[in-house]
Design a protein around this ligand. Structure first.
Ligand code: NAP
Length: 267
């Protein structure tokens, strides 16, 4: 069985590591988008870069005799997840989405849900107030939503792994960093920059959750961007153990060729 893991997340790396540690190990290829200059490399084979759309992904699946696809990309990586759903439908190869559960507000949290980055931006003047200071942790892409003249009075601390893509908010201080983060570190950062409001996607997981604990302790409001809906018809598992169970329950793929019994030429 050749398993294709669409990756770029901690869960994708864990899944690749657990499959690679099996005896006998299945063939595993992890696919990375290639956005990060020095990514944490998964175990097993790795390919980097976009496939070139769903049809090209379907061709890749067929040419590499992939027997199952695990879409373990980030919950907000909508493009590749939609492409994987189309490629799986076209090839008939089983597909599952591995999605860590979203975060949930607890006692003391002051969360403001938003349906999109634009929706989050629209909430900010009312929450942060004139001259307010915003900690923006929604990643390096699509920050145009915050490059809005109505937010020119606000000061943004923008944290991302790679330099953010312009356009950026008028007053933006860039902080390049990569999790996991500690509650102590996040609390110190919020204090040092006198942050009034935190903006985050509902990424879920533990690697970047410390900022929420820190915000709760400091009684700061948090704007939480809701997740997009996964593509229809694709099964979802919440963790690596369930992804492994899903793989184990798959029927063995039919043999595409039997080298020990080569087809005889007709004569
Ligand atoms: P996206 O908008 O869903 O994808 C845009 C295009 O990038 C896809 O159509 C595909 O190109 C290519 N691509 C994305 N992920 C790929 C993968 N794992 N392997 C091969 N090609 C991939 O994705 P994104 O939001 O830019 O995220 C890019 C990667 O970063 C994802 O792998 C994701 O897991 C990771 N990531 C994303 C976020 C986030 O907030 N979005 C956060 C952390 C990590 P083609 O159509 O040419 O195949």
């Amino acid at each position: 069985m050749h398993v294709l893991i669409l990756g770029g997340t901690t869960e994708a790396r864990r899944l690749a590591a657990q499959l690679a540690a099996r005896h006998p190990a299945p063939r595993v290829t992890s696919s990375l988008a290639g956005r990060v200059a020095a990514p944490r490399m998964p175990a097993g084979e790795v390919r980097v870069g976009g496939f070139g759309g769903p049809e090209a992904l379907a061709r890749w699946i067929e040419e590499h005799a992939v027997g199952a696809v695990v879409d373990a990309t980030h919950p907000f990586a909508e493009g590749i997840s939609a492409g994987a759903a189309r490629a799986a439908a076209a090839t008939g190869v089983p597909l599952v989405a591995l999605r860590r559960p979203g975060w949930e507000a607890g006692p003391g949290d002051r969360w403001h849900p938003a349906d999109s980055l634009e929706g989050a931006a629209a909430l900010l003047p009312g929450i942060a107030g004139p001259g307010g200071r915003v900690f923006l942790t929604t990643g390096r892409q699509k920050l145009a939503a915050f490059a809005d003249p109505r937010l020119d009075q606000l000061h943004f601390l923008v944290r991302s792994v790679e330099p953010p893509e312009p356009p950026l908010p008028r007053h933006a201080h860039i902080l390049l960093d990569r999790g996991p983060y500690s509650v102590e570190g996040e609390t110190a950062l919020l204090r040092e920059h006198r942050i009034d409001v935190l903006v985050t996607k509902d990424s879920g997981g533990t690697a970047t959750a410390a900022k929420l604990t820190a915000a709760r302790a400091l009684e700061l409001p948090v704007v939480v961007v809701r997740r997009p809906t996964p593509p229809p018809g694709v099964g979802v598992v919440p963790d690596v153990a369930d992804a492994l169970a899903w793989l184990a329950a798959l029927p063995l793929p039919p043999r595409r060729f039997a080298p020990e019994f080569p087809a005889r030429p007709p004569f």
